[in-house]
Design a protein around this ligand. Sequence first.
Ligand SMILES: [Zn+2]
Length: 168
Amino acid sequence: MHLDDLEVRYLALGGMVTPGRGAPGGRRPAGPSVPVRVDVIDLARDVEVFAVRYAGLVAGTLRAGSSNTRSTVGALAYVGNNLGTAALEDPTLAVDVEGGAAKLRWRARRLVGEVASAFPVDVDCPECGLMSLWVHPGRGVVKCGVEDCGAEWTVGEIAVPVWSARQM
Ligand SMILES: [Zn+2]
């Protein structure tokens, strides 16, 4: 499920950056360079690493000589097509793939605004007392940003008035 969607979203990432340095599958165009979407390129890279890694692991599990890793989409499709069989040998592999694909997909959704980014609110943390709470709408949690505290609640467990949301 996540994997199929990740393929589509990976291709969409290529359209979000002007072809140039680091663009997925892109060539460097002549002419002036345009501001680079580092977040998009980072995510595309992570999808590429994920695709190659798991295509290799799936091929290894199936004792197939090679996997299709010539392209990222090919590698993702290879993983998707063979994961069911590989999972019979190694059930944790399927869990890792789905978990990893879900995270990457979530990042891709956040990039296009389908998932709202975290934002800070003017509320003191009930644990450490500092004004350090962040709402993570995509995950449905409120979390303290102080590293030593790290207190976390699900939205609803803690009162966070909407009007206190600070604009970034
Ligand atoms: Zn705290």
